[in-house]
Design a protein around this ligand. Structure first.
Ligand SMILES: NCc1[nH]cc(CCC(=O)O)c1CC(=O)O
Length: 313
């Protein structure tokens, strides 16, 4: 009998839900037992500061990576959209499991859709990508920065403090709250964050046995979609600090990547897409997905994505 694998996780409800799902899927696929090890992060401890003020998305990730490198845990599950695009030394994303719904959701009072919210309605979201796109669709709405877990954010609508909030469909579904979604926003209206709805299963790169085991929960199409979206993000990060949205989907034999770069106030926006045929082999799919991401980023930069920069401060 081999010992249980140690899966490091934040103790938040969302992290526990997604780690628990991955643990169950891995055990079902391989027969290996998994135990959850709780790891706390700077982001969990500091509840008062806005996320954008404490170093952005990487903050939840580094404590788990430190625990991996110190051999306190064997693997970790991240919301892929929260991972910085730079790879981590000594670690590898050994699996990208089946992807959940990548869309954003509107949760609003009285069942009002984005189109039906009254002028001046207050929408809780501080994410530049969401703010810009809400204002593109509805320049007459007011976006209000908001922090806290999903429960806290949802409560601001039920209490009447806000008219609506925007949250990822995937997170709500993992918490069993998908029924409270008023409207799943069309991905052409609110183009999702790169890798939204996907998970990254990370372990030490030199742990060959575990890398091979985690291959049992790999979803090649999810990996290819996320690779295209994040290649675009990485290429744009160098040249442009505007909010970046990207959504790739594989449909039969084609991969389509759509992307949007917008000024934060929604007054200026670039939207573009590229479609490629899906190649036959896994390795070519991965290579081509990365290439289409870089090509679409180059298209956007050529169209002036970098000049949207000045409007985002
Ligand atoms: N930014 C926080 C975050 N990171 C991952 C999710 C859940 C969605 C996902 O797994 O992509 C959320 C909540 C949200 O954006 O509503």
């Amino acid at each position: 009998m081999s010992r249980p694998l140690r899966l490091g996780t934040r103790a938040s409800k969302l992290a526990l839900a997604q780690s628990g799902d991955v643990a169950d899927t891995l055990t079902a696929a391989t027969g290996r037992e998994v135990e959850l090890v709780h790891i706390s992060t700077e982001g969990d401890r500091d509840r008062t500061t806005l996320l954008t003020q404490i170093g952005g998305t990487g903050v939840f990730v580094s404590a788990l990576r430190d625990a991996l490198l110190a051999d306190q845990i064997d693997f970790a599950v991240h919301s892929y959209k929260d991972l910085p695009t730079a790879p981590a030394d000594g670690l590898t994303i050994a699996a990208v499991p089946f992807r959940a719904d990548p869309r954003d959701a509107l949760i609003s009072r009285d069942g009002l859709t984005l189109e039906k919210l009254p002028s001046g309605a207050r929408v809780g979201t501080g994410a530049p990508r969401r703010v810009a796109q809400v204002l593109i669709a509805r320049p007459d709405l007011v976006c209000v920065p908001i922090r806290g877990n999903v429960d806290t954010r949802m409560n601001k609508v039920s209490s009447g403090e806000l008219d609506a909030v925007v949250l990822a469909v995937a997170g709500l579904a993992r918490l069993g709250r998908a029924t409270e979604i008023t409207e799943a926003l069309h991905p052409d209206v609110l183009v999702p964050a790169p890798a939204q709805g996907a998970l990254a299963v990370e372990c030490r790169a030199d742990d060959a046995e575990l890398v091979a085991l985690l291959g049992a929960i790999e979803a090649p199409t999810a990996r290819a979609e996320v690779t295209a979206e994040r290649a675009l993000l990485a290429a744009l990060e160098a040249g442009c600090s505007a909010p970046v949205a990207a959504w790739a989907s594989i449909d039969a034999d084609q991969l389509t990547l759509r992307a949007r770069v917008a000024a934060l106030d929604g007054t200026s926006v670039l939207t573009d897409a590229r479609t490629i045929p899906v190649p036959a082999t896994y390795d070519s799919l991965h290579t081509d997905a990365g290439a289409v991401g870089r090509q679409l980023a180059a298209d956007l930069l050529a169209a002036g994505a970098d000049t949207l920069m000045g409007r985002t401060a």
